[in-house]
Design a protein around this ligand. Structure first.
Ligand code: SER
Length: 313
């Protein structure tokens, strides 16, 4: 049977690439992109698009009925750095959009949901290295609190109402098609843009702050793999740890220098340093490996090559 997919937040960093990947896989007219604003020309021209406010339940319900949607990817969220500036707006967007989608699942108006969580669910008391799936989780950011609460609700809706919701705790994501917006790991994308346009970059984190990261192709692959896994293979219904690579700004700068020897980096940590300090530096994702055969492909060297190649144009 033909399935119709809705992507909410399709113009964001992940949503853009997910839209392209799902359209490639399932056919462009079977994947409806939506966002509160329009996206890049490429995205807008690649298939059906609707303006949608993810916190508006009635609009969402109507759109789902109109397109006979059965699967929803909810990618709309306010990220960590912006959420610290607008705590209530972040909570409202991140939680109400999730409740809207979960409730449509509960009402059996959709069959399957993807919702992203984050390494931000961990906090300063979490073991930092190889952070396991189950450990102390005391997030200290607004964004982290919303993702941690979201994970609890996902598991609750699965257990209580049999809602097929699946989730990944994404690390910082590195991509070239669309810029990230308002995150703490954004430096790992900005650095490539500035290396090419200015030959230098002032990093807002300290040189030795290691964070878990992943190239976007791996993140998209993981997302689709999890969504296509058999129901009973998906044993974790809160959210799966997912690891790609882990590095510091200094290591990243060294990898850029290998390609662009005159590149210069300086460090001017701001309020985002405290957020980064509260997060793990590396992640153990053995459950994703075991349950749905997860394996990342991109390391830092390859990421740098692909980023610079594509951004050079
Ligand atoms: N990359 C996100 C952020 O920095 C974390 O999920 O906010």
């Amino acid at each position: 049977m033909q399935k119709y997919i809705l992507i909410i937040g399709a113009c964001g960093q992940i949503g853009t690439e997910l839209t392209f990947a799902l359209r490639e896989k399932y056919g462009k007219d079977n994947v409806v992109a939506s966002d509160i604003r329009e996206g890049t020309d490429n995205l807008m021209q690649s298939g059906p698009f609707e303006i949608l406010d993810a916190t508006d339940y009635d609009a969402l319900e109507e759109l789902i009925a109109y397109y006979e949607i059965s699967e929803v990817y909810l990618m709309a969220a306010m990220l960590s750095a912006t959420a610290e500036k607008f705590p209530m707006r972040a909570w409202n967007l991140n939680m109400n959009s999730l409740f809207n989608v979960l409730n449509l699942g509960k009402e059996k108006k959709i069959d399957k949901i993807f919702w992203p969580s984050s390494i931000a669910v961990f906090g300063p008391n979490t073991p930092k290295e190889n952070t396991p799936q189950n450990t102390i989780m005391e997030p200290s950011t607004v964004y982290g609190i919303s993702k941690q609460s979201g994970e609890r609700w996902c598991e609750y809706y699965f257990n209580k109402y049999d809602v097929d919701v699946r989730s990944i705790r994404y690390p910082g994501l590195i991509s070239w098609k669309t810029m990230p917006g308002g995150g703490t790991t954004d430096y790992a994308v900005e650095i490539y843009h500035k290396a090419l346009s200015e030959g230098s970059y002032a990093c807002f984190l300290k040189k030795d702050t290691a964070l878990p990261m992943m190239f976007m192709d791996d993140a998209i692959k993981a997302t689709i793999q999890l969504m296509e896994a058999d129901d009973d293979a998906v044993k974790i219904r809160s959210s799966y740890n997912l690891a790609g690579m882990s590095f510091t700004p200094k290591e990243m700068a060294e990898s850029v220098k290998k390609q662009l020897p005159s590149f210069q980096i300086s460090y001017a940590p701001d309020f985002r340093q405290a957020i980064a300090d509260s997060w793990p530096s590396s992640i153990d994702d053995v459950e994703a490996q075991q349950d749905w055969n997860w394996k990342a492909e991109f390391n830092l060297e390859r990421t740098t090559q692909v980023m610079l190649e594509n951004l050079k144009g």
